[in-house]
Design a protein around this ligand. Structure first.
Ligand SMILES: [Cu+2]
Length: 177
């Protein structure tokens, strides 16, 4: 009798754990693509920052399915003082970044990718560290489409890439970039 009662508690425990894991997996895979006025913002992601660092990065893909070009001019986020669009260029082996004050063109029918080693969003004056696994919100400003609210998924410090698919999430903690 006593033994079967124990068994039933173990089963209940296992069942509760299964549900908890299912719920966790549900929130872990962030389906956070946003579409507005023909612009599709695909998988915004960022990297965790070491303590004391005041800048962070943001990457995403923008698909312009509309008939007109638009421009990504910048944005805002509660976690930093500024969110700017930066261009990355390589001149004689020296990497330089430049604030694109007039924004980045998103041509009609084209996909523009902001990615490591290329154009990116720069968060300046971080008010708090960016923490792996803790998404943050931001509003992107487009010349024509206006404000678009997005959520950035946060990968490890130095992560070279990111994926929406939890099964393909590998650990990249070696910090080279
Ligand atoms: Cu930058």
């Amino acid at each position: 009798m006593r033994k079967s009662k124990e068994m039933s508690w173990i089963l209940r425990g296992a069942l509760a754990l299964t549900f908890a894991l299912a719920a966790f997996a549900g929130t872990g895979a962030i389906a956070h693509d946003v579409t507005k006025d023909g612009l599709k913002i695909v998988h915004p992601w960022s990297r965790a920052t070491p303590g004391g660092v005041e800048v962070g990065v943001g990457y995403l893909k923008i698909e312009n399915k509309g008939a007109e070009a638009d421009r990504l001019t910048g944005g805002t986020t509660p976690i930093a003082k500024m969110l700017q669009v930066h261009q990355m260029t390589m001149t004689d082996g020296v990497m330089k970044m430049r604030h694109l004050k007039d924004g980045l063109e998103i041509p009609a029918g084209k996909t523009v990718e902001l990615k490591p080693g290329g154009n990116h969003l720069m968060l300046m004056g971080l008010k708090q560290p960016i923490v792996k696994g803790e998404p943050f919100k931001a509003v992107l400003h487009f010349e024509k489409a206006g404000d678009v609210e997005v959520t950035f998924k946060v990968e490890a410090i130095g992560a070279p890439s990111s994926s929406d698919d939890a099964m393909e999430d590998h650990q990249h903690d070696h910090g080279d970039h």
